[in-house]
Design a protein around this ligand. Sequence first.
Ligand code: GDP
Length: 295
Amino acid sequence: MAFAGLSERLQETFKKLRGKGKLTEEDVNQALREVRLALLEADVNFKVVRNFVNVVRQRATGQDVMASLTPAQQVVKIVHEELTALMGGQNARLELAPKPPTVVMLVGLQGSGKTTTVAKLANLLKKQGRRPLLVAADVYRPAAIKQLQVLGGQIDVPVFSMGEQDPVSIAGAALESTRKGGQDVVIIDTAGRLHINEELMVELERIKAGVQPHEILLVVDAMTGQDAVTVAESFHQRLVLDGVILTKLDGDTRGGAALSVRAVTGCPIKFVGIGEKLDALEPFHPNRMADRILG
Ligand code: GDP
């Protein structure tokens, strides 16, 4: 279960706090020391943890909280609100273009779950009555083109491919084809690499310049913790991301990526992957995630 360790530790801390009735400032400080350690152990970025704890401390040691009838509950409420804010507050939606087709470009490192997520996103949009088109622009691995075709077949969504040609031409031709085909959302599967490198970034920048996507979404693996955040920073610097899709949240990720990526990069998490199946993609709701963490 994702966040299991963090969740358990925070619940433990707040149980102790609730048991105390009236609270002193030292009680709150002690609880916040435990919160700090729990977050660090969950692999949350240390600067994010520092800011978080400072904000909670400022709010929680105020007169209105300490003098209230249920101070421990107030503290938990503040932590809940701040966790929600940390993850972006509101659900950040996929912004569809006023005039179709909306062009969505998915980027990410190999193995992050990018190709699967392209199909999952199409599946979700299809259920909402949209008509997606998948574009095979990961041309370096013939297996990736095949994989996308197979996935498209499973959800009955057309896949545009031109084999191993220039990805910018492929993306352009795919867009052009929607005039006839009538698809209203074009989702481009771009190439990944094992590591970020200049060649990859230049290619992604070229595709961006060529098709001017409405949304560029980075797919990252939640299991990689702070590495996911570093990857997001690098992609954001070059491409200016509109959002992040966090995959493998069904695994036993400690939570660091989910809790840090927004604060570090400013990019909201828009969706989360919660399984290998093609219906295992959900919009990300920060307050529901905070509910889950705090139990
Ligand atoms: P790509 O190299 O980034 O295109 O990655 P793939 O789409 O091929 O996915 C790599 C592996 O991750 C595959 O085995 C997927 O089934 C798996 N995967 C993708 N998303 C999720 C997810 O949300 N949860 C789980 N458990 N597995 C996922």
